[in-house]
Design a protein around this ligand. Structure first.
Ligand code: AQP
Length: 353
């Protein structure tokens, strides 16, 4: 039998820092799961527990958060026979490579990272070194498997660019070891916050910002019902115009209620495109003025339907923590084989072995 030929190595992770939400689904889970059936790919998906320590957290809750997130991923359809699925801290090579990559990463590059600035602004009492170094650990997460394809949401593009820079700096100094990683985006790479649509949907903006994948229909409706929209029923900007306005004047819009309303309505249409029936979002758009109470009811209903099977599977899995643990243990074992091989190469290249 001819040997299996790997064309690309896909790597991505998600932090266990609370409930997985619709934004994570649109940018990350769906993206990873789509790649599961494609031939020629090696796939590594992990729970980024070390990353999550850079934010305020409760040590008593962390272990359960890891298991919950693993249950989410498995219930959404992750197949451990097709993808290596594991917990980041169980493969110590991630942090070992991070240390080496730190030595070739200019501080000025990290200072530019918008996620660091955002998060440092949100947790001013805890601006720790790990928060600053986060993108280097992320680069190590990818490069330790020689990953060259990274399924992520749009908010992570800057970090993947940094991963490329770091790989290049390393290769220039020590020899060609690492590939250039490219982000893979879906057609819905960003879901906006329901209560502040100028920002991405995010756990740290509070429960009203996001729909959790495990939310029951009544909760979903309650959250979507209070989503920010505008008052005319008319979308005065195209989606491209909106994006352009937001990118061109990022800071100037914090107080722009008109723009916030347009972004809120476009967000509901984006969500409908994601979970609704084919052509449904286009029909709503074409029938302006839009009655937002009807749109919200429809969006909430479709989210509820879309995740009904997931919720049932997820409840069943929650009762089988040993099974989840077994899958993660087996995944870490496989991941370590590949990660160790890269670290052996790296140690030789940098002269410590
Ligand atoms: N709103 C989003 N739209 C599209 N993709 C998103 N992702 C996150 N939010 C959105 C993608 O999900 C993956 C996991 O990201 P993470 O582990 O960094 O989680 P997060 O971004 O930290 O999630 P939150 O809710 O925003 O957490 P907090 O509030 O704690 O910072 C990534 O691929 C990301 O692109």
């Amino acid at each position: 039998m001819p040997a299996k030929k790997t064309q690309h190595v896909v790597v991505s992770g998600i932090q266990p820092s609370g409930q997985a939400h619709l934004g994570n689904y649109a940018g990350f889970f769906r993206n990873c799961l789509k790649l599961q059936g494609q031939p020629g790919l090696d796939r590594y998906f992990f729970i980024a527990d070390y990353h999550s320590l850079s934010e305020n957290y409760d040590p008593k809750a962390k272990h359960q958060q890891v298991l919950d997130l693993a249950a989410d991923f498995l219930a959404l359809g992750l197949d451990p026979a097709k993808s290596v699925f594991f917990v980041q801290s169980e493969v110590p090579e991630h942090t070992e490579l991070c240390w080496v990559l730190n030595t070739v990463t200019p501080i000025s590059f990290l200072e530019r990272m918008t996620q660091f600035k955002d998060k440092a602004g949100r947790q001013q009492e805890n601006v720790n070194a790990a928060l600053f170094d986060y993108p280097v650990l992320q680069a190590a997460d990818i490069l330790v498997y020689k990953g060259d394809r990274v399924p992520v949401g749009r908010d992570q593009i800057q970090h993947i660019e940094l991963t490329r820079d770091v790989a290049r700096f390393f290769n220039n100094r020590f020899g060609e070891i690492f590939p250039e990683a490219e982000p893979l985006l879906t057609d819905t790479p960003k879901i906006r916050s329901l209560n502040d649509p100028l920002k991405k949907m995010s756990k740290s903006l509070g429960e009203r910002s996001y729909v959790a994948l495990t939310d029951e229909p009544a909760v979903i409706y309650d959250k979507v019902k209070s989503a920010v929209t505008e008052s005319t029923g008319i979308l005065s900007m195209t989606e491209e115009e909106l994006e352009h306005a937001l990118v061109a004047h990022a800071d100037a819009h914090a107080e722009d209620e008109g723009l916030r309303g347009q972004a809120g309505v476009w967000n509901l249409l984006t969500i409908l495109k994601l979970v609704g029936k084919p052509g449904e979002a286009d029909r709503v758009f074409a029938a302006q003025p839009i009655k937002y109470s009807d749109l919200k009811r429809l969006v909430a209903e479709r989210i509820g339907e879309h995740f009904a099977a997931f919720r049932a599977k997820r409840k069943k899995l929650a009762k089988e923590p040993e099974k989840i643990r077994e899958i993660l243990d087996a995944g870490a074992k496989k991941a370590r084989v590949a990660a160790k091989k890269t670290m052996d190469e790296v140690r030789k290249a940098i002269g410590i072995r």
